[in-house]
Design a protein around this ligand. Structure first.
Ligand code: AMP
Length: 285
């Protein structure tokens, strides 16, 4: 496949998309922060399969990083990302500098209430401001590219739910598509932040997905959500991992799930392994 067009400004992006738009061709958008892995590529492939023109944004969004988080150290390799994106079928890579997205005087935030207060959004954890940064940049990207479809990964289940809520509430004319988590052979969910892990940490981090599978097994055998979480907690403890959270919540509204009763339950975990903060989840039922 040929090299994608690389654009840095909103005006260039709009110019690049104008012929396709006026010809009525469909546009798919894959928002990323780069340092691509097979999880990102699965979103690109889905976009390629369902859209005439595929845009990938490549933007490490300062607004979704809190003080003391890894904004400066976040892994970056733009040349490699552009090459991988082209191979996977991206037509346009949109890689704006921060000042293009947040020019001087920028003063607007898009906030989804409720869904952003729990799990990663709990004030004692990353906090809701992280999600407000996500919804602000995604709203902007949707207005910049005006895609018919936008693609997200289930690995960031809460993010996907929050974005869906925002798109519905603000009447974005876009279909939000959420795709399954892509994993390493040992089960570890792929993440750009896995690059922070050394080999022993990588092996230890595999306990997150093993813990979720244990919860899934327990749920399948009729355990309560409490008992399933206890099973998962034991797997983490054996690996010496103290979770930031390990919770069962209904997958549609993130309210606490006291039981597996046919309504899909999201079992979600966050934990620090070495200097990486990792998240993973499974939907049961
Ligand atoms: P990021 O670059 O980490 O912001 O991720 C960009 C998109 O890729 C988001 O929609 C993520 O949910 C998605 N993504 C990240 N990791 C995975 C994975 N392991 N499997 C599937 N999608 C993923």
């Amino acid at each position: 496949m040929s090299a994608p067009a690389l654009v840095r400004t909103i005006a260039e992006l709009r110019d690049e998309l104008a012929p396709a738009r006026s010809a009525g061709r469909s546009i798919g958008l894959v928002p990323t922060m780069g340092f691509l892995h097979a999880g990102h590529l699965s979103l690109i492939e889905a976009a390629r399969a369902s859209s005439d023109v595929v845009v990938m944004s490549l933007f490490v969004n300062p607004a979704q990083f809190g003080a003391g988080e890894d904004l400066d150290g976040y892994p970056r390799d733009e040349p490699r990302d552009i090459e991988l994106a082209g191979e996977a079928g991206v037509d346009i890579v949109f890689a704006p500098p921060p000042g293009e997205v947040y020019p001087p005087g920028f003063a607007t935030t898009v906030q989804v209430a409720g869904l952003t207060d729990v799990l990663c959004g709990d004030p004692a954890r990353r906090g809701a401001a992280h999600f407000h940064g996500v919804t602000t940049v995604v709203a902007k990207l949707l207005n910049m590219a005006r895609p018919g479809r936008v693609f997200f990964g289930q690995k960031d289940a809460q993010q996907a739910l929050v974005v869906r809520r925002m798109a519905a509430d603000l009447d974005f004319a876009v279909e939000v598509i959420v795709l399954p988590t892509v994993r390493d052979p040992d089960g570890l969910a792929l993440s750009s932040r896995n690059s922070y892990l050394d080999a022993p940490e990588h092996e230890r981090a595999g306990a997150l997905s093993r813990a979720l599978r244990a919860a899934e097994r327990a749920g399948g055998e009729g355990a309560s959500t409490r008992a399933a979480l206890d099973e998962a907690g034991r797997v983490l403890a054996e690996a010496g991992i103290e979770p930031e959270y390990l919770e069962a919540r209904y997958a549609d509204d993130l309210s606490p799930a006291p039981s597996f009763n046919g309504r899909p339950v999201l079992v979600a975990v966050a934990a620090r392994v070495g200097r990486a903060r990792l998240i993973d989840n499974v939907v049961i039922g």
